[in-house]
Design a protein around this ligand. Structure first.
Ligand code: FAD
Ligand code: NAG
Ligand code: NAG
Ligand code: NAG
Ligand code: NAG
Ligand code: NAG
Ligand code: NAG
Ligand code: NAG
Ligand code: NAG
Ligand code: NAG
Ligand code: NAG
Ligand code: NAG
Ligand code: NAG
Length: 594
């Protein structure tokens, strides 16, 4: 009997297989080996792998079961966030000093699958030089690219694209996983941009074609992998890829619509405080429950939730906590203070086409036809996410910007400084789509930022959103790198391939002087929604966690989510979290002899 199903109607309780509870009282008298906090990418992987053993696992998720029908249709990803339903945490970031003091919404998934259930599904494994730097910082060989390749293979299951076109030359089978959990595929609906992007790689210097950007060498322009698959192609979230396949396991319980309010000290393990207690509640006016894990507690609440829970538990900077009236239990000054994110700059151009996204946006009949086509045959424009090609590029080693600050990639030849994303329509998170005109967008994303911001408590209440500052472009070198990324986007469309197609820049994309470019960047830049590294493994002198992911100075508490990577990956961040969570599960199994 399938008791854990993505179809909300089949949500039932049973003594056979995994159980889904909505009332915390239903688990109050149970005993568990592990309590996993958060059902997002990190939590789903760990819950699945630990229940392969005989261990009993409780997963506690604040959010709802599913987002709605739009959740599954790949192209509708952008409709799920920000702040449009109970499946989003509805955060807003503090004013961004380097972005003209602007503030904007900061979506995070609050449902089974976490942010993988409302994200845009781009699936990148980052690069060899990135993971080797993680290993270098943490002084742990287990985090090198070579050590992680088996976990990359374990996470992904390559499936054919929706239109079943010949994909020879669009990816390298030898570096791809075919038997893992997350369905991944290549774009399955051709757009008018595709041949032009590809021609540009041979017409201009500096934009080489990359046959497979997930091979360890990400540099160049190529076809995008996304976490989409199936006969009717659907989103493959951590819920569908890791929780549903565990639905027949008696040793997994999932408690939803329940927020963890803190973890607490349950005694001593040797000289270290043991933090295996978890406190949770269904709402500010609801009863509070305590449970103790007999082995350990895994924090997988994501880059905002994990530091928030640590700080609510008194684990953080003691003087910051005193300011909001939280009693300090373990003084770890870096908790929350190492947050990083990728700034996103959309650059739109008018194009000579009737086949951009704008067509269906302005014609309800066409939109219905596309939906019906998707629904009946699994083909058409709705099968893909927001881009067919992306590119990863380096700023040259001899660029004058490195005279002002060191290269954050240490010259690593496979490690990108910025990303270009090619979208067949108007993308502008803080701009309304114009009523007229057809568009393409070349997005510039800064993927190796050095700026670090913070997640801080706003009050001692677990029901208050924390203060979030991703510190976009705070360090001057980040602004200088973004300026190179903008110039590169504009240069890309000067290739002969765009003649007769591209009409001209939209709005301040026409910037040419340094002053105009600066104003364009500071007034339009937003985010790729990739908060990471806020409760990070450090190098021994900074950080929140050890290289084995345990919270420093305490026992029984581990972090498995995007918050724990010491630096933000040069990649869309879901795959890196799947990969480190697969290894984390093996570390946990090894440490308990499971
Ligand atoms: C709009 C958007 C678009 C994105 N697009 C992409 C993309 O195209 N490609 C890509 O690779 N990445 C993308 N990302 C980022 C990617 O989804 C995340 O990096 C990834 O999901 C992080 O995994 P995680 O396990 O750290 O956290 P999450 O997946 O966010 O999971 C955290 C979970 O913990 C729960 N939680 C938090 N606090 C508590 C609490 N106190 N008690 C109980 N539960 C709690 C949350 O509800 C959530 O379910 C996008 C993100 C967003 C928001
Ligand atoms: C849990 O145990 C307590 C104390 O033994 C009891 O009062 C309560 O009814 C039990 N709750 C459930 C849901 O079984
Ligand atoms: C989201 O937060 C804003 C304040 O930032 C608030 O006005 C709004 O009501 C919230 N929306 C939901 C759905 O909670
Ligand atoms: C942003 O706010 C800070 C602090 O309030 C202020 O000093 C600064 O001048 C502002 N910057 C802009 C561009 O308005
Ligand atoms: C890697 O570690 C070594 C030794 O700890 C150090 O000398 C070197 O600078 C590090 N390299 C990078 C890129 O951090
Ligand atoms: C796919 O394309 C490759 C390279 O062009 C070719 O060698 C191969 O035969 C094609 N496969 C099919 C099934 O047509
Ligand atoms: C839960 O544990 C805390 C200790 O952190 C204790 O103060 C509280 O009384 C407990 N609550 C219940 C309902 O057992
Ligand atoms: C777009 O459609 C209009 C009206 O049918 C037509 O005149 C025009 O040539 C088309 N443009 C392109 C680029 O196909
Ligand atoms: C809207 O789309 C329908 C279906 O493709 C098409 O027949 C119709 O001509 C379109 N209307 C306009 C105004 O372009
Ligand atoms: C999708 O197809 C099913 C039947 O296969 C039908 O019941 C449903 O209404 C269709 N939905 C849409 C949006 O077309
Ligand atoms: C660039 O675009 C802006 C905004 O549309 C406009 O105000 C400005 O005049 C344009 N500059 C040039 C040189 O065309
Ligand atoms: C750890 O990182 C800090 C900050 O980057 C640096 O100052 C320190 O030397 C590093 N320590 C070790 C042991 O590598
Ligand atoms: C990490 O955990 C494993 C498994 O318990 C153990 O063998 C290893 O020594 C630990 N490494 C560190 C750096 O603590």
């Amino acid at each position: 009997m399938v008791v854990l199903s993505l179809v909300g109607a089949l949500l039932t309780l049973s003594s056979v297989g995994a159980r889904v509870f909505t009332d915390p009282q239903q688990v109050a008298n149970e005993t568990y080996d592990f309590i996993v906090i958060g059902a997002g990418v990190g939590g789903s992987v760990v819950a699945n792998r630990l229940t392969e053993t005989s261990a009993r696992v409780l997963m506690i998720e604040a959010g709802v079961f599913q987002a709605g029908i739009n959740e599954d249709i790949p192209f509708f990803g952008p409709l799920l966030a920000p702040n449009v339903g109970p499946w989003d945490w509805n955060y807003t970031i503090v004013p961004q000093v380097a972005l003209n003091n602007r503030t904007f919404p900061y979506p995070r998934g609050r449902l089974l699958g976490g942010s993988s259930s409302l994200n845009y599904m781009v699936y990148n494994t980052a690069s060899r030089d990135y993971f080797d730097l993680v290993a270098n910082i943490t002084n742990d060989e287990g985090w090198t690219w070579d050590s992680l390749v088996p976990y990359m293979m374990k996470a992904q299951r390559f499936t054919p694209p929706a239109d079943r076109h010949n994909i020879s030359g669009e990816f390298i089978p030898a570096v791809t996983g075919f038997s893992g959990n997350v369905l991944v595929s290549l774009p399955g609906y051709a757009t008018e941009l595709d041949p032009r992007v590809l021609e540009t790689t041979s017409q201009l210097e500096g934009y080489p074609y990359n046959e497979d950007m997930n091979s360890g060498d990400q540099i160049g322009i190529g076809w995008v992998y996304s976490s989409i698959g199936g006969t009717i192609p659907k989103r493959s979230s951590s819920a569908s890829a890791y929780l549903i396949p565990a639905s027949d396991r008696y040793n997994l319980d999932v408690l939803i619509q329940t927020q963890v309010t803190k973890v607490f000290n349950t005694g001593l393990n040797g000289s270290q405080a043991l933090f295996t207690g978890v406190q949770f509640s269904a709402g500010p006016d609801q009863p509070v429950y305590n449970l103790t894990a007999s082995k350990e507690v895994i924090l997988s609440a994501g880059s905002i939730g994990t530091p928030q829970i640590l700080m609510l538990s008194g684990i953080g900077d003691a003087s910051d906590l005193a300011q909001v009236g939280v009693e300090s239990t373990v003084n770890i000054p870096d908790v929350g203070k190492t947050l990083q994110d990728h700034p996103l700059l959309p650059n739109q151009f008018f194009v000579n086409s009737n086949n951009t996204w704008e067509a269906a946006k302005r014609n309800a009949t066409l939109a219905e036809e596309q939906l019906a086509l998707y629904n009946s045959t699994g083909t058409g424009p709705l099968v893909d996410t927001v881009c067919n090609h992306i590119g990863w590029l380096r700023i040259p080693d001899n660029s004058s910007i490195w005279e002002t600050a060191p290269d954050p990639t240490f010259g690593g030849p496979t490690y990108a400084h910025y990303e270009l994303v090619f979208s067949n329509g108007f993308v502008g998170p803080i701009q309304a789509t114009p009523d007229e005109g057809a568009f393409m967008t070349v997005i510039s994303n800064l993927v190796s930022p050095v700026s670090r911001g913070f997640v801080k408590l706003n009050s001692s209440s677990p029901w208050d959103s924390p203060l979030i500052d991703p510190a976009f472009l705070k360090e001057d070198i980040d602004f200088l790198m973004m300026r190179e990324a903008f110039k590169s986007a504009v240069n890309f469309v000067t290739a002969p391939a765009w003649k007769d197609y591209l009409i001209g820049p939209f709005g301040t994309v026409n910037a040419t002087t340094d002053e105009e470019i600066e104003e364009h960047i500071r007034s339009i830049t937003t985010t790729v929604w990739h908060p990471m590294s806020s409760a990070a493994m450090g190098n021994g002198t900074w950080g929140t966690a050890s290289s084995n992911l345990t919270v420093l100075g305490v026992s029984g508490l581990r972090i498995v989510d995007g918050s724990v990577l010491p630096i933000i990956p040069p990649a869309h961040t879901e795959a890196p979290v799947y990969i480190i969570a697969e290894r984390a599960a093996d570390i946990i199994k090894a440490s308990w002899g499971l």
